[in-house]
Ligand binder design. Sequence first.
Ligand code: ADP
Ligand code: MG
Length: 367
Amino acid sequence: MAKITLDNLAHSYLPHPKSEDDFALKELNHVWADGEAYALLGASGCGKSTLLNIISGLLRPSQGRVLFDDRDVTDAPTAARNIAQVFQFPVVYDTMTVRDNLAFPLRNRGRDEAYVAARVQEIAKMIGMEAELDQKARGLTADAKQKISLGRGMVRKDVNALLFDEPLTVIDPHMKWALRTQLKSLHHQFGHTMIYVTHDQTEALTFADKVVVMHDGRVVQIGTPQELFERPAHTFVGYFIGSPGMNLLPARIEGDIAHVEGAAVPLGHGYGALSGKVEIGVRPEFARLSADEGLPMTIRRVEDVGRHKIVRAEVFGREINIIAPEGEGIGPDKTRVSFDPDRINVYADDWLVPPMAQRSGPVGEAA
Ligand code: ADP
Ligand code: MG
């Protein structure tokens, strides 16, 4: 197991990049803590595989260094990095049996046959393929082959890190959940440093201790699922995580008041002078329908999703979503929407603005 440091890392697929736009991976400094499970989350094309392949050594970064613990591995080939990587599509030896496929990484490292046999049996159980151990991989479905790839990724206990690049894409939906649970328990059992790439927020939030959100070649936030929910560092995180995502309204901020089209919205904190594109962001969970309080609103549609209702509405011509508890009456008197002041975030040019330091209370009063 290892701590992985990305030092001043960036990558362009072009030989002579001219501007930031030419970089598939924009400059990044980050330490992946030893033994932590991370999800790397972002839309297709945002640079997730580029980053993962730099860590595994399949790709040499055009700038910066990769360190495993304190060893510089930037120029070390994949084989010298002692990692396991599982890709989106199966990588198996078709002419070998399932058993030999699973055994391959262990035999390759010179483990004795008794150990290999026992470990292969354990892994076969984890991926639900005990019955197929003596079949050739060739005749199996893509789904079964991918399970073998996952098994091969998990078979060695002594790797520095386990890297998964959207490994469940070709897996049957009901099997996905089971395999994700297996990966999680593997992490609890052995404490590997794990990086799991996905474009699916549910997958990311259920798998990882920490989620690394990427957007347009840039890491925009690294946080626990709760941090991403409560304090999105970038409007993209607010929009991408949550269902529906965070509401955004253009505003002008004066101290602890946001002015939205001339209407005053109280904020939980005070802010200094802001420039650029200024918006307030509030999650649908922290917006409430009201008869007499808040911004004027027109309801367009109500979706009952069982646990609660999603109210699709408009405020000053902009779409806004409100989550209303199951059982709340949504009558024609509900013409306004109010927000929990402490749950409103302020953004300038899409980045979260921290509130001004709160004044301390009178001496002797508990905080
Ligand atoms: P993701 O895994 O998040 O979908 P990728 O890392 O595969 O994203 O791609 C990031 C960007 O780099 C995309 O714009 C993609 O088109 C580009 N890209 C990926 N691989 C190559 C390559 N081998 N050559 C040139 N451009 C590439
Ligand atoms: Mg990818």
